[in-house]
Design a binder for this molecule. Structure first.
Ligand SMILES: Nc1c(NC[C@H](O)[C@H](O)[C@H](O)CO)[nH]c(=O)[nH]c1=O
Ligand SMILES: CC(=O)[C@@H](O)COP(=O)(O)O
Length: 158
């Protein structure tokens, strides 16, 4: 369902797990920093508003979204981490580079979650334009960071 129809920040909080003792790693890509910082803030606000303790949330930065998979693995292998949230924004350019990054990150993050048997959330925007990115980082279509955080919480309550 397109974000234009379902706002990324609209979700049900029914039966959400108590996460006061849950630990989260948030890995943030530095590419498109204006967007990824907004996504990070959305994810943090959502986790805290649902009862997460700031001392149980660790943030790590990576240069770009392509590096999210390895960083997610480094965090997921830590027994103390219950869930990993990956934050990035890959904007279509003139070449196929966009396709390779998006494909690598989607598959890489999925593989980490399956390997370590814990939620590793794909909080990565893949817009065609910077405007589409901003619309999904706290703009008219909500905040992908909110969606990523509530997804992590719901998966912990599976
Ligand atoms: N163009 C974007 C990139 N490119 C950088 C790659 O993610 C990677 O860091 C580089 O290829 C070296 O391995 N990254 C983004 O996150 N967003 C982009 O729009
Ligand atoms: C997703 C990218 O790496 C992209 O921004 C690079 O732009 P270009 O394809 O024009 O080199």
């Amino acid at each position: 369902m397109a974000s234009s129809i379902k706002n990324l920040s609209d979700y049900s909080s029914k039966n959400v797990k108590d996460i006061k003792d849950s630990t989260f790693a948030i890995v943030v890509s530095e590419w498109n920093e204006e967007v990824t910082e907004a996504l990070y803030e959305g994810a943090m606000e959502t986790l805290i508003s649902h009862g997460a303790d700031k001392k149980n949330i660790v943030r790590k930065n990576v240069p770009g979204s392509f590096e999210l998979s390895l960083a997610a693995q480094w965090m997921a292998q830590e027994e103390a981490i219950d869930a990993v949230i990956c934050i990035g924004c890959v904007v279509q350019g003139e070449t196929k580079h966009f396709d390779f990054i998006c494909d690598a990150v989607a598959h890489g993050i999925t593989n980490v979650s399956l390997k370590y048997n814990k939620p590793v959330i794909f909080g990565v925007l893949t817009p065609n334009t910077q405007k589409q990115a901003l619309d999904r980082a706290g703009g008219k279509h909500g905040n992908k960071g909110d969606e990523a955080a509530i997804t992590a919480i719901k998966m912990l309550g599976f």
